[in-house]
Ligand binder design. Sequence first.
Ligand SMILES: Cc1cc2nc3c(=O)[nH]c(=O)nc-3n(C[C@H](O)[C@H](O)[C@H](O)COP(=O)(O)OP(=O)(O)OC[C@H]3O[C@@H](n4cnc5c(N)ncnc54)[C@H](O)[C@@H]3O)c2cc1C
Length: 347
Amino acid sequence: MWDVAIVGSGPAGASCAAFCALAGWRTLVLDRARFPREKVCGDCLNPTCWPVLDRLGVSAEVRAAPNGRLSTVEFIGVDGRAVSAPLPSGERAEIAIRRSLLDHILLRRARSLGAEVREGETLLSVSRGEHWQIATEQSVETARILVAADGRNSTVARLCNLMPRRGRDRVALQTHVPLPRNFGDRVVLQLLPEGYSGQAPVGDGLLNLCLVSRPRDLPAIKCWAERQFAIPTDHVWRTIAPLARAALPASQPGLFLVGDAARVVEPFTGEGIYYALRSGELAAAAICAKDHRRYTAAHRRLYAGRLWVNLLARSAVLHPRLTTNLLRCLPNEKQMLGLLTTKVVRL
Ligand SMILES: Cc1cc2nc3c(=O)[nH]c(=O)nc-3n(C[C@H](O)[C@H](O)[C@H](O)COP(=O)(O)OP(=O)(O)OC[C@H]3O[C@@H](n4cnc5c(N)ncnc54)[C@H](O)[C@@H]3O)c2cc1C
């Protein structure tokens, strides 16, 4: 009998596992992947992550891993015009770090604090009597508390009939390519007629390249990226959908949803990892306090003050030409983008 079973070991699951194990709870983590693994992400670590990483005791290890330090964010419109805004500097700077490195550091930390981590185990079924029973191909386990940390297509949420019906949505593609010469220490957010692209240097001479578009525009946006970054046409990209979906209830007695499983935000603002780490921490605190409502309230507060910038960004990227034209008309475009950037990366 486990006190807590956590499905998924991305930043949300690993954070929740580490804090639960630290508090002395018998904690099991299952992930279908074997680590280290890459995943579809812009790899940018918002400065708001540092305090959580400090509390997890992994900040030094994250800084020591290969990464790209980002000093500015550059917005490029569909007309090719660029406007840049500064990012925080010093110890709390924004960095880009491959998820194969970041997630592995977090997972190792959870393990070292006493969580049992099983890789290569896919959740297949969930049933609930007095306790939760969760089954993978390899094992059946019983737990008092179940945590869904299995991402935007959460199997736990689906098996518990919480997942809303999927509408038609955009798709994201991601890969790492050789860093173009003179790319510099900037993260680029580029609006394109077909969607948008994010680009960030992640260290080791590599660039993270993300593309987001509607399915019908994928061939065109891929073609743009192949020309721009000299990528062979048979290159294999990682892919994920949906980019948006309704938020789910963060908790109910005995069940907690953390990270993307609970709420998916527009990737443009690069905040998903922060929400994942912090919601994992908040869920662990509520599990320790045996008060699931405390988590639901804290989860609401976590997003309440910040979400508006993300929603604004979503409207902007859904209409790239209109956004470009609007920005061009603004007399104080640079200050406005600088202000919005500060809201996203503030500690
Ligand atoms: C294109 C794009 C770019 C992004 N860029 C950024 C960025 O630059 N910065 C940022 O902060 N955020 C970014 N995000 C968001 C960020 O990637 C997510 O918010 C973050 O990964 C959420 O973490 P998580 O732990 O909730 O889920 P995930 O990281 O998705 O982890 C879920 C884990 O669950 C496991 N799993 C899934 N199903 C099962 C199952 N059935 N059984 C067992 N295990 C399972 C998976 O293997 C995975 O390891 C981006 C997202 C996209 C789509």
